[in-house]
Design a protein around this ligand. Structure first.
Ligand SMILES: Cc1cc2nc3c(=O)[nH]c(=O)nc-3n(C[C@H](O)[C@H](O)[C@H](O)COP(=O)(O)O)c2cc1C
Length: 362
């Protein structure tokens, strides 16, 4: 595959060239003025590494154990909707690619291909991401559907009770093409919105009753056949509530800047969440990870692993499964190079004192 780009930056550039403007707006853009989208990146650059030289790097490894999985590296493909828009092979290609790189993936509730097909394409597809589906009964039915398909854990995304205002998509006229749908939700009853009466709020009055609250999360953690990882947490207090509710993990995330524009960047939020959770459950992070050095930065601030969204989209758009596999290889190689240059042989060596940064712990 000599035509594949040689660097991660080149993948990002090529993806923006090969995608149609409306698909590029959907996958690459963010909400509002894209302040949070940009902040995710630039705040990562404010974490500076303090390299320590002449360390013993023999036996170096990027492997870890996380929520029941042995992982060769801490770079997980984030749940991302409608991947057949990027390449006809869609989520199946992503699953095959992450598996080829001994990696792991979360399948979005809004995936465009059936979960059984995706798992069959690559057993590295171990987590299923879901949103609250209108009420307890239907949400639990979806959890059981995922468990029966063979997933090992569920990600409950809690940061998107409504869609963000995505100016770029509106300007580009993005709408899902005919025939594209969240096939894994087929057969589940749709959340029933209340009728809209004149003078009422279209959002609060119509949909608030189908949104979850903390007692629903605690109930789901108790009832679910699989461990629940909460995604979209940005504050120490929410992280603590998640732990109290029974979550098996916390993902510090602002949905890649696609929901609340103006929200704190993920990397800035990470130290406070890590301090609050205090080791009770693993903390993961996503948002703005574009290079191996960013993985190192997030791990130094206390994440056990990271998820990557747009880089997977870049790889899939540019080269299908080969592209995703190559992107993951580049990320992993860059992480190993960063570790070697910083004097860290294992992920456990990537401790807080290996970096300086301006973000407080609370
Ligand atoms: C096009 C697109 C679709 C996404 N769909 C979902 C989704 O269905 N569920 C979810 O929890 N997160 C979704 N996300 C958010 C990602 O899981 C992840 O939080 C984000 O992409 C991380 O930021 P990054 O793209 O800068 O790596 C989506 C992100 C993108 C870019």
């Amino acid at each position: 595959m000599s035509e594949l780009p040689g660097t991660l930056a080149e993948y990002a550039q090529r993806a923006s060239e090969v995608l149609s403007p409306d698909t590029a707006a959907y996958f690459l853009g963010g909400a509002g003025a894209e302040v949070t989208l940009a902040q995710n990146r630039c705040d990562l650059d404010r974490v500076s590494i303090l390299p320590q030289h002449l360390r013993d790097l023999r036996g170096g490894t990027t492997s870890l154990d996380l929520i029941g999985q042995r992982m060769a590296h801490p770079i997980i493909a984030a749940p991302m909707a409608f991947q057949t828009l990027l390449h006809p092979d869609g989520e199946c290609a992503t699953a095959a690619a992450v598996t080829a790189q001994q990696g792991h993936m979360a399948l979005s509730a809004q995936a465009s291909q059936p979960m059984a097909d995706v798992i069959a394409s690559g057993p590295g597809c171990v987590w299923f991401q879901m949103y609250w589906h209108g009420n307890r009964e239907t949400t639990l039915a979806l959890a059981h559907r995922a468990a029966a398909a063979g997933f090992k854990a569920l990600i409950l995304t809690v940061d998107a009770p409504v869609n963000g205002v995505r100016d770029g998509e509106i300007a580009a006229g993005f709408s899902p093409p005919e025939g594209l749908g969240a096939v894994n939700l087929n057969g589940l009853p749709h959340p029933q919105f209340a009728p809209l009466h004149e003078g009422e709020s279209a959002i609060f009055d119509r949909i608030a009753h189908v949104l979850p609250r903390w007692d629903d999360v605690a109930w789901l953690c108790d009832q679910s056949p699989l461990p629940i990882i909460l995604k979209g947490i940005l504050t120490p207090s929410d992280a603590l509530r998640g732990v109290e509710a029974g979550a098996a993990g916390i993902i510090v995330s602002n949905h890649g800047g696609r929901v609340l524009d103006g929200a704190v960047s993920s990397i800035a939020a990470l130290p406070g969440v890590v301090a609050a959770v205090d080791g009770a459950v693993p903390v993961l992070m996503d948002g703005g990870i574009r290079r191996g050095v960013d993985v190192f930065r997030a791990l130094a601030l206390g994440a056990q692993a990271v998820l990557v969204g747009r880089p997977i989209a870049h790889g899939l758009a540019v080269g299908g499964a080969h592209g995703v596999s190559h992107v993951l290889r580049l990320l992993r190689d860059e992480l190993e190079i960063t570790m070697a240059l910083a004097g860290c042989a294992t992920l456990a060596d990537i401790t807080a004192d290996r970096v300086t940064h301006p973000f407080g712990a609370a």
